[in-house]
Design a protein around this ligand. Sequence first.
Ligand code: COD
Ligand code: ZN
Ligand code: ZN
Length: 375
Amino acid sequence: MSTAGKVIKCKAAVLWEVKKPFSIEEVEVAPPKAHEVRIKMVASGVCRTDDHVATGSFVTPLPVIVGHEAAGIVESIGEGVTAVKPGDKVIPLVNPQCGKCSVCKHPEGNLCSKNDLSMPRGTMQDGTTRFTCKGKAINHFISTSTFTQYTVVDEISVAKIDPASPLEKVCLIGCAFSTGYGSAVQVAKVTPGSTCVVFGLGGVGLAVVMGCKAAGAARIIGVDTNKDKYAKAKQVGATECINPKDFKKPIHEVLIEMSHGGVDFSFEVVGRLDTMEAALACVQEAYGISVVVGVPPDSQNVSVNPMLLLTGRTWKGAILGGFKCKDTFPRLVSDFMAKKFSLDPLISHVLPFEKINEAFDLLRSGKSIRTVLRF
Ligand code: COD
Ligand code: ZN
Ligand code: ZN
């Protein structure tokens, strides 16, 4: 029996309060309104940004259904939807692409003015929610909300992908993979034969290494304080790995020496101010490019000597690898299907959706790279 046009009762992980576990509840998911799409979830990765909501360091209206790195199948569509139809495989988009705002029309930049990231409202574009639990409206999260068997997103926040793609893998294209890979190929625009440095070899850092390799970098130096991260980094393309604790000199000086005058590209994928400064200082002074990928601690500033920039360095950053997601995600899925890169190195655990709190324990203890929840 078709569920189109009807309220769907299903299970979702609701975060009622910060610093509390997720609670698996029965929720009601309203049918999609005009220009909206209801999606049956198949797989969702667990990202640190979801945890930042749970700990209270990313503020978005509560109660909420978080989760944003996912893939699923369109269950039904609202009036006027043309981009997808029921049965299509899709990835929900943290960064919508309305196609009309100044950012969408600009060749660079991807933070569409319709995003719910910069000042989260926790709703659909029309300002209302589609989730109800125990008679209470439950908020959406950054245009996606994927820790639920069914979600509703705006048409501008969904990308149709290859019908043959394995959703339990390509869900990572929704965040971790694209964030890292895009930082190398789209934001830094790494060039063949170049020398790159990646600070932080977690899941996102590994995806940066993959991007540097795909772009043809000759040398990819991984920097991490945890030696256990080196084997996997080398497996995906790092040519050498170093530990700042092994040197008396500041790490940027070590890197300048190793590269005979400064590296071509550096990436900060830790989320610390001192590594951001080191990443900027280690690039070649006249043409080096440094990209901030990690989210810095709330309300803290770096202190940088402007001379570092005056000589010619470029300092940049971007959300989700700078990709215009609606245009790019289908292409990334095709590249994955064509075996241009593998997502397996990023997936350390696969768990049933109901074990979501276990997945967060794995993340917090540093035991997982990415856990994929299956529905
Ligand atoms: N020097 C070098 N490495 C260090 C240091 C240090 N001083 N301190 C810690 N590290 C290492 C850790 O050992 C670890 O290996 C790595 O840094 C960090 O990895 P993880 O696993 O904690 O984190 P990731 O890879 O999942 O990524 C987290 C980011 C730090 C990148 C985080 O800020 C983020 O997810 N940013 C993405 C921003 C974005 O675009 N978001 C879009 C929507 S979510
Ligand atoms: Zn836009
Ligand atoms: Zn994320």
